[in-house]
Ligand binder design. Structure first.
Ligand SMILES: Cc1ncc(C[n+]2csc(CCOP(=O)(O)OP(=O)(O)O)c2C)c(N)n1
Length: 681
């Protein structure tokens, strides 16, 4: 039985949301109307948070995966006392407001992750639950539990339909993330239809098959049943829980149970009728009864108390485990430990050289023991991407030691393990590393072939939008991967990644550039970085002869310069083509052509330089410029100008050995020299 006060509180959530949407004349009233009761029970009885300190480390994480229901979240944040005023609520979806169309991390206090693209939030929540499990396993000690929180998400039909959430849910079940609970707003309606025309599998059984614990609540207005389901989820420590709550989209409105209630303001008249139907005063708008507000604001005292209790535990922990606590706190402050880079190798000049993926693997393994925040893995490709952190354990549930330990790094299976095995789930990997980064305490990395960055692009984009510090390791970066053929050979992927704002893409040209690229990737605290690496060996340049690889930090730098005469030509390349332009430059130089070689691993880093520094690398007076890159030319023209040229790949690759492909596609010293001369002519 719910009390009058409960009903008041629930209706306060409902009608704040409805009024927000109505005033903005834009937004989604249906979901908050139906989901308000479950949100109310969760936020007043179960969720642990301190509205005065949204960054409290040990808070429960809450993700509104159905981000279109943002009005619901803003209502909760305002009512419980976060720094989100009624004025902010009134400014829903307006320019410069703290209440954007969909929840945005770093924009609104209390919003943990940016949601809206369906499925992502649920997968982020799974990343957050992994984060909690890993930190708890590494830092908690008997009687000294400092990391101990739950992760909750409200998910919708759209979330459960999307592949990314399905991939992540499958992994969450396998990983037995018992402290994760998803409340499913099971309302049988999506944006454009009833679910009966698209979505008819038994969702509970599907999640049970994934290894989840499920509970059904047949009436989404039954607070006692929702509460009991949350209690059952809390009691279940071995499996993640999905609570299927039968709700009604647009509850109480004339359009209840239809898709018309999903994503459009109800309209003045229907707002009035809905308020009347649910026993709510029709005036004024944005009404919050004092009793309801007082009840919600109990969260302030509860939160302050919970955080104070945790602070006490932390104080004891700090004195009992000074080293551990220092490490933990440094991680939570997002700082690199002193000496983290002390073991990064220097690679000696070598004409045969090594693949940049190999160099990357060596660098990662030199850094990882000194940098506990570095955790990650690949989508079933680490033998190829070289991203395994040797001897640092595999992340899997305790006592799950598989009989068949294929793929193990050999140092044991536990939640303290730092190698995450994502399985063949690129999209979930992208969203899960976002969840780890959003949680805090991690510099997560994910890895796959560059071609499959397409499979995780939505998550990469969101990392860039959120400014999350994650590192992507993309190997097999061009047609030169060889025999696997055009399905595996990236052509347009580099351009596609460079097109994402706020993502740093680095394609290093040799082993030492790779080492610097990793430094940049780890020192960058406020955005994602994609490292793009070769499968094939690349010569390690002699840095006594060529400029230091530190030039990577500037995005582009002069590797070698004309020794005689005024500069006639600039050759520019990234990654595996750097060695090619270096060889071509030698030949052209021998023929008396004054040529400069520029290694340009990162457009974004270069673009960040002041104009005069960019001009020093690419002098405006020298217009004869040739770019060589084994990918589409798109975007390079702004660096070569109208008088320049780009040697690129403007069609799909082919199945053949790498040498043959490079020859057939024109990536030879002869062809580079010929193209350069044609330009000069
Ligand atoms: C990846 C993605 N595709 C499409 C959309 C557009 N969209 C927003 S909500 C929605 C479906 C809504 O259905 P449901 O998830 O059941 O939410 P409800 O209608 O119950 O509010 C769609 C297709 C989106 N936000 N994200």
């Amino acid at each position: 039985m719910s009390s009058v006060l409960d009903q008041q509180c629930i209706n306060a959530i409902r009608f704040l949301s409805v009024d927000m949407v109505q005033k903005a004349n834009s937004g989604h009233p249906g979901m908050p109307l139906g989901a308000a009761p479950m949100a109310y029970v969760l936020w007043t009885r179960w969720l642990k948070y301190n509205p005065r300190n949204p960054h409290w480390v040990n808070r429960d994480r809450f993700v509104l995966s159905a981000g279109h229901g943002s009005a619901l979240l803003y209502s909760l944040l305002h009512l419980t006392g976060y720094d989100l005023s009624l004025d902010d609520i009134r400014q829903f979806r307006q320019w410069g407001s703290k209440t954007p169309g969909h929840p945005e991390r770093r924009h609104t206090p209390g919003v943990e992750t940016t949601t809206g693209p369906l499925g992502q939030g649920m997968a982020n929540a799974i990343g957050m639950a992994i984060a909690e499990a890993q930190l708890a396993a590494r830092y908690n000690r008997p009687d000294h539990v400092v990391i101990d929180h739950h992760t909750f998400a409200i998910v919708s039909d759209g979330d459960l339909m999307e592949g990314v959430a399905s991939e992540a849910a499958s992994l969450a079940g396998h990983l037995r993330l018992g402290k994760l609970t998803c409340l499913y707003d099971d309302n049988y309606v999506t944006l454009a239809a009833g679910t009966d025309i698209t979505f008819s599998e038994n969702r509970a059984r599907r999640f049970e098959a994934y290894g989840w614990h499920t509970v059904s609540v047949t009436d989404g207005n039954d607070l006692a049943a929702i509460d009991a389901a949350l209690r059952a989820a809390r009691a279940e420590t071995e499996r993640p829980s999905l609570i299927l709550v039968r709700t009604h989209i647009g509850y109480g409105s004339p359009e209840q149970d239809t898709f018309k209630a999903h994503g459009a303001p109800l309209g003045k008249e229907d707002v009035r009728r809905t308020k009347q139907k649910l026993g709510w005063p029709t005036e004024p708008d944005f009404l919050i009864p004092d009793d309801a507000l007082a009840h919600f604001r109990e969260a302030l005292e509860r939160g302050a108390h919970d955080e104070a209790a945790w602070n006490e535990r932390m104080t004891t922990y700090v004195t009992t485990f000074p080293d551990l606590s220092q490490e933990l706190q440094r991680r939570l402050r997002n700082e690199l430990p002193p000496g983290w880079d002390a073991d990064i190798p220097v690679f000696h000049a070598d004409a045969k050289g090594l693949a940049t993926r190999e160099a990357s693997g060596k660098v990662m393994n030199a850094i990882a023991p000194r940098l506990p925040a570095l955790i990650g893995g690949s989508a079933d490709l680490d033998p190829s991407t070289k991203t395994a952190l040797k001897g640092l354990g595999d992340f899997n549930p305790p006592n799950s030691k598989n009989e068949d330990e294929q793929g193990s790094d050999g140092a044991g299976w536990s939640y303290a393990g730092r190698n995450l095995h994502f399985g063949v789930r690129e999209h979930a990997m992208g969203a899960i590393v976002n969840g780890l980064a959003a949680h805090g305490g991690f510099i997560p990395f994910g890895s796959t072939f560059l071609i499959f960055s397409d499979y995780m692009r939505p998550a990469i984009r969101l990392a860039a939008l959120m400014g999350l510090h994650v590192v992507h390791v993309f190997t097999h970066d061009s047609i030169a991967l060889g025999e696997d053929g055009p399905t595996h050979q990236p052509v347009e992927q580099l351009a596609a990644l460079r097109a994402i704002p706020n993502l740093i893409v680095i394609r290093p040209g040799d082993a030492n550039e790779t080492a610097v690229a990793w430094r940049v990737a780890l020192e960058t605290r406020d955005r994602p970085v994609a490292l793009v690496l070769s499968r094939q060996d690349l010569p390690t340049l002699d840095r006594n002869r060529y400029a230091p690889a530190e030039g990577v930090r500037r995005g582009a730098y002069v590797l070698s310069d004309a020794t005689v005469g005024p500069l006639a030509l600039i050759l520019i390349a990234s990654g595996s083509e750097v060695g090619l332009i270096v060889a071509a430059a030698q030949r052209l130089q021998a023929q008396g052509i004054a040529v400069r070689c520029v290694s340009m691993p990162s457009w974004e880093l270069f673009d960040a330089l002041p104009q005069f520094e960019r001009d020093a690398v690419l002098p405006p007076a020298v217009v004869t410029r040739l770019v060589v890159e084994a990918g589409v030319a798109q975007g390079w023209h702004r660096f070569v100008g109208a008088a320049g040229d780009v040697m690129s790949v403007e069609r799909f690759g082919a199945s053949a050995p790498a040498d043959a492909l490079l020859r057939e596609y024109g990536f030879t010293v002869e062809r580079v020299c010929a193209r350069a001369k044609a330009l000069l002519d």
